[in-house]
Structure formats: C-alpha cells, structure tokens
Design a protein around this ligand. Structure first.
Ligand code: CP
Ligand code: NVA
Length: 300
C-alpha cells in the first residue's frame, strides 16, 4: 500500500490490516502505551473544504504518533492562486513525509500521488471518503464483533459516502444496500465492480434497502460544494430519512452518521439521540483509524 486514494484500490487483507492496527492503537492510547511510530515526521494537510473531524483526527493523531502536522488551507497556500497540483506535489514531497488532502476533484488527489513521491491520503473528495469508512467499519466491528455477512444499508444521496460504503462493505464481505432517488445513484462503474465482487442492492425504495439491515447509515442531502442546490435537494430527498418507522424494518440496526448531521432532514432527532453512543464512538474512531492509515503508509 503506497497511498490511500480510494478504498477499492485496497485488497481485503490490506483493509482488514488497517482495522486491526486501528484497534491496537486505540488500545495503546487507552492504556498509555507509547506508540510513537512516526517520530520526527511531518504530515501536510491540504484543505479546500471545511472540516472538524478529519482535521482534528489527523492533527492530533500525528502528534500522538510522535510527529507533527501542518494545516494548509487552500486560501493560504499558492494552490488556491492557481499553482498547479503537480508542482505542489513535487515541492511538498521534498519537505514533508506525507500529505492528507480534502478537496473537490478526485483527479487532484490522483495527480498528487502521480507527481509526488510521498504517501497521499484522501481526506474526502466529491467522489469518496475512504478515511471515514475505515472508522465506520472499525465501529461496526466493535459493536457487532465481525463484518462478514452483515447487511449495511445507506439511505440518502449516492454521494462520496455511499461510494466508500459500497467499496468498504464489499471488501469486508458485507451485503450493501443503497436507498436513494433514481437521479442520485452512486457511481455506476463502482456499482458494477461491487456486483462482481459481492452483493449490492441499489433501490429508490428505502424500506427495501433498510429491510433486515444490521447497520443503517445516512449523510446530509447537500454535501459541501452543493449549497446552491439545497432547495431542489430538500424536495428530491423528502422521505429519504432514517426515522423510527424505518428503524422498525431493520434487524435492530445500529445507526451511523459521518457527521455533521442535519436533524429533521436525513435523520430524526429521536433516532439520532437514541443511537448517539454509536455515532460518537464512530466519530472518536476517526482518530484511531487515521493513525492506523498514517502508520501503514508512513512508518519507515
Ligand atoms: N465526517 C467528517 O469527515 O467530518 P469533517 O467534515 O468534520 O471532517
Ligand atoms: N457528503 C458529505 C460528507 C461530509 C463528511 C460532504 O461531502 O459534505
């Protein structure tokens, strides 16, 4: 494993290896066992979108691993003024030991990896959010003991989260179901890959998607960068909500949300608060999962 660009680039064993290491690092943190695997190393963190969890988990994670992290906002570095990605990649490769990037185009992340010579970590693009799903899988494993054979249902927009859930779910032997409006389906090529490698159901019927689900997940109707579509999306996604009626058809499912959540839209306050322990375990696990990714990719 050289980079983390998309989950479907990993083998099942590589993905499970990250989850195992994340569990170990969580244990070590809890018991104050030193784990400074990246002593003296620096992570550059490029952000062209907002972030709470991703920024804090990588920055704190790097510190706990004995290294340091640089927050590079798009507004502050020359990338935001038009310096090409391929030049940014070559400059940063000579100064830092790894780069985490959150941006719009998946191609920019792929280009950083192509032109740079250090590990690149995708901290969210419009296409996918692999780091989040590593934390999600870790959380499901903690609560359900194993992943294989479980049904993982996602309700809402076939967006970056849906794409990474499909890839991560299939690689760990879960049955994945996406309940989304027909005009908001996940990436077609990825769906083909998923059907060849496991079980994927994509339907506009959220009750069919949620039926017997062991895990149910949702995300905002309008992602970062889609703010101007908000009004249309509110109409198109009306009904695509995790609420107590939908929960009844699940197999007593655990509820996950990548956060931030919009209560009253994709999830009700009632369901969110009833499952807050799972959702905030998931948020905490961003820290442990991101540390595992950095150790796997950057440890010399
Ligand atoms: N879930 C997630 O990636 O959160 P942030 O946008 O706060 O990083
Ligand atoms: N789909 C959301 C995920 C945020 C973590 C977004 O891209 O804004």
């Amino acid at each position: 494993m050289e980079h983390l660009l998309r989950l479907q680039d990993l083998t099942s064993d590589e993905l499970t290896g990250i989850l195992n290491l994340a569990d170990q690092l969580k244990y070590e943190k809890k018991h104050n066992i030193p784990h400074e695997h990246l002593k003296g190393q620096t992570l550059g963190m490029i952000f062209t979108k907002s972030s709470t969890r991703t920024r804090v988990s990588f920055e704190v994670g790097m510190y706990q691993l004995g290294g340091s992290a640089l927050f590079l906002s798009n507004n502050d570095i020359q990338l935001g003024r038009g310096e090409p990605i391929k030049d940014t990649a070559r400059v940063l490769s000579r100064m830092v030991d790894g780069i985490m990037i959150r941006t719009f185009a998946q191609q920019d992340v792929e280009d950083l990896a192509k032109y740079g010579s250090i590990p690149i970590i995708n901290g969210l693009t419009d296409y996918c959010h692999p780091c989040q799903v590593l934390a999600d899988l870790m959380t499901i494993r903690e609560h359900k003991k194993s992943l294989k054979g479980l049904k993982f249902a996602f309700i809402g927009d076939g967006n970056n989260m849906a794409n990474s859930i499909i890839a991560g779910g299939i690689l760990t032997g879960m049955k994945v179901a996406i309940g989304c409006p027909d005009d908001y389906r996940p990436d077609a090529q990825l769906c083909e890959w998923a059907k060849q490698n496991g079980e994927l159901q994509v339907t506009s019927d959220i009750y069919a998607a949620a039926a017997d689900a062991d895990v149910i997940y949702t995300d905002v109707w309008a992602s970062m960068g889609q703010e101007s579509e908000r009004e249309k999306r509110n109409k198109d996604f009306a009904g695509y909500q995790i609420n107590s009626d939908l929960m009844k058809v699940t197999n007593n499912a655990m509820v996950l949300h990548c956060l931030p959540a919009h209560r009253g839209e994709e999830i009700t306050e009632e369901v969110f608060e009833a499952h807050a322990n799972e959702i905030f375990d998931e948020a905490e696990n961003r820290l442990h999962a991101q540390k595992a990714v950095m150790v796997k990719l950057m440890k010399k």
